[in-house]
Design a protein around this ligand. Structure first.
Ligand code: AQP
Length: 329
């Protein structure tokens, strides 16, 4: 039986953090042998907000290197850059013309990101979900492994696919959001009621390339409460978030009960220092691999070229079917 196809991507809009790793990349890596995988560096999404061109160009390569450093096997998985395959922007235009403004108005991420500066934000940021739909639907993906924050966008992708299939021709597979319960929403260290994010300031996150000293400092300062016993209590959001990270980074099969027993009578200080150690140990091989890959700039260029060449025919086929269905050309 053919493997199910996964498509997902991350914006090169800043350095990657533990939330991106635990909510997305780690799951891609864990399931890579079970699926047919396409993982993209979504640079066209990044320019929905202003970017410094030189920095963006470098971050695109750095992000692809992070994918590999985290464990994606570039021989088995397709890794490519969104703007290297022109059909992403082309299909997005068709979807811009198909998608009612009312659907886009409902997107909470746009509201959160723009706040009261909506009129100054780019039109691209508003139609971002139609581009994301194009990314996924071009490859007839079965599922989209993402964190909880992207669920609404994947649901909109489904709505766009269904509308197109109904109004024109059944061109698109309707994909599922693949969201894991654990790690789907890692919270900010300085405010456990907000999600950890690239744009949330330096104290909210741990970057995958942070040094051990910085990691220890950030975790020590993480906001908790005045309690003492270390238990998985969702009401104590800061503590819960630290325990959730601890659980995700523990050996497979570790249970919440085992972790609670381990910390019985030990207090928050012990949790923070053991968690910091666990994060440092988890990131060490990723950082080593990243440095190795970075020694040869041609390495990543070749992988990205090969990746785009490998999947471009799928994108071209889907786009030409969509165009024909709409009567274009
Ligand atoms: N805090 C998080 N917990 C779990 N998963 C997360 N993801 C992001 N933050 C968390 C997942 O990471 C993937 C890539 O996200 P992205 O870079 O494309 O966009 P994003 O969600 O907008 O990432 P950030 O860090 O929150 O960036 P800013 O601050 O620029 O908005 C997605 O699968 C996402 O679910």
């Amino acid at each position: 039986m053919a493997k199910l196809r996964a498509f997902s991507g991350i914006q090169p809009s800043g350095d990657l953090h533990l939330g991106n790793y635990l909510g997305a990349i780690r799951n891609w890596v864990l399931e890579q042998s079970e699926r047919d995988n396409i993982y993209c560096v979504v640079d066209l999404h990044a320019i929905t907000v202003p970017q410094d061109p030189e920095a963006l160009h470098k971050r695109i390569r750095d992000l692809a290197k992070i994918y590999i450093a985290c464990g994606l096997d570039p021989e088995a998985v397709t890794i490519f850059v969104q703007s290297h395959v022109a059909e992403h922007a082309q299909l997005a235009w068709l979807f811009n013309c198909l998608t009612p403004i009312g659907w886009l108005n409902r997107m909470t991420q746009f509201k959160e990101k723009t706040g009261d500066r909506r009129d100054q934000s780019s039109a691209g940021l508003f139609v971002y979900p139609a581009l994301m739909a194009a990314d996924i639907l071009l490859y007839q993906a079965d599922g989209v492994p993402v964190g909880e924050d992207q669920k609404q966008h994947v649901e909109l992708t489904r709505d766009i696919a269904e509308k197109f299939n109904r109004e024109y021709a059944p061109v698109f597979k309707v994909p599922q959001p693949w969201i894991k319960e654990d790690g789907a929403r890692i919270m900010a260290l300085d405010d456990p009621h907000k999600k950890m994010s690239k744009s949330g300031g330096p104290n909210n996150l741990i970057y995958l390339l942070d040094t051990p000293d910085v990691i220890v400092k950030r975790i020590k300062r993480a906001v908790t409460d005045t309690g003492t016993n270390v238990v998985f209590d969702p009401e104590r959001a800061g503590l819960y978030n630290l325990l959730e990270i601890y659980l995700l980074l523990s050996p497979a099969g570790t249970t919440k009960e085992q972790i609670e027993q381990h910390f019985e009578g030990k207090g928050y200080g012990a949790l923070k220092s053991e968690l910091a150690e666990l994060v440092v140990e988890t990131l060490k091989p990723i950082q080593q691999k990243y440095n190795e890959i970075s020694a040869d700039p041609n390495y990543i260029e070749e992988i990205l070229k090969r990746g785009a060449d490998r999947i471009r025919p799928i994108a071209e086929k889907t786009y030409s079917e969509a165009k024909a269905a709409m009567g274009l050309g």
